[in-house]
Write a protein that binds this ligand. Structure first.
Ligand SMILES: Nc1ccn([C@@H]2O[C@H](COP(=O)(O)OP(=O)(O)OP(=O)(O)O)[C@@H](O)[C@H]2O)c(=O)n1
Ligand SMILES: C[C@](O)(CO)[C@H](O)COP(=O)(O)O
Length: 221
């Protein structure tokens, strides 16, 4: 069966506050997006990769891909208004039965081990959503203050969120809802349960400026 990886890099990175969206910023002289694409091409030698880019930075994305990869396996498409719409645009390029990874372009430290764990579980159960335990105490803000939450019952959800195409493609035909923050929420709205797999502490989503410092340190090993 074919394997597709939809890498969503169509956002503008408001929280990072940089002129250039964070997926194009450099970590040890290479763009964040380079590390993300390279992780999947290396872990899954047979996979096809679809990179979703902001329309205004399509040329820059092409330059990065042509500059770093000699690959017939990479296709490009443009992003949408939200992450959901960007994923939807990427999925439009997939017609054959496959295992589909959807991964944030800015989670550039994803490991081969996690990619393979997601693949095996999705093959077996139809889905694989990586998640990690909370390491801080957690509170819920209420109308009259705040309450403690039992953190042992919570998980922080990551990508790559991985599904059989028979699940993900029909699920994404749904109308957008504001609470669709990831693929798991869309698949659940479609009426199916998802399988959690162990994620990784270092699989951070580069979101704020501090995350670039952390990612560079992790890359230095
Ligand atoms: N319309 C969008 C919004 C987000 N993304 C992608 O989804 C991933 C996770 O989103 P996030 O970290 O929120 O990125 P941004 O939306 O760019 O950041 P911000 O919310 O700070 O603006 C990123 O790789 C981002 O490029 C996307 O492809 N299309
Ligand atoms: C998909 C995701 O990375 C899982 O943690 C996350 O939901 C993306 O969220 P954002 O709102 O786009 O930052």
């Amino acid at each position: 069966m074919q394997t597709y990886v939809v890498i969503v890099a169509g956002g503008s990175g408001k929280r990072m506050g940089s002129v250039l969206p964070k997926q194009f910023l450099l970590l040890k002289n290479k763009p964040v997006l380079y590390y993300t694409i390279n992780a999947f091409l290396t872990a899954l030698p047979e996979c096809k990769v679809i990179v979703v880019l902001p329309e205004e930075h399509l040329e820059l994305g092409k330059e990065i891909i042509d500059g770093f990869f000699d690959e017939q396996r990479i296709q490009l498409t443009v992003g949408g208004e939200t992450r959901f719409h960007s994923v939807q645009n990427g999925l439009k390029l997939i017609e054959e039965e496959s295992i589909i990874f959807v991964h944030d372009g800015v989670r550039c430290l994803v490991s081969e081990e996690l990619i393979k764990r997601c693949y095996e579980t999705a093959l077996e159960t139809g889905s694989a959503v990586p998640a990690v335990e909370c390491r801080d105490s957690v509170r819920m803000i209420t109308e009259d203050g705040n309450d403690p939450v039992d953190r042992s019952k919570l998980r922080l959800v990551q990508t790559p969120q991985t599904f059989h195409s028979k699940i993900l493609l029909p699920a994404f035909a749904i109308d957008y809802k504001a609470w669709f923050t990831d693929e798991a929420t869309v698949v659940e709205a479609f009426g199916l349960k998802i399988t959690l797999v162990q994620g990784e502490e270092k699989n951070i989503k580069i979101t704020n400026p501090i995350d670039l410092v952390i990612a560079e340190k992790i890359l230095e090993g």
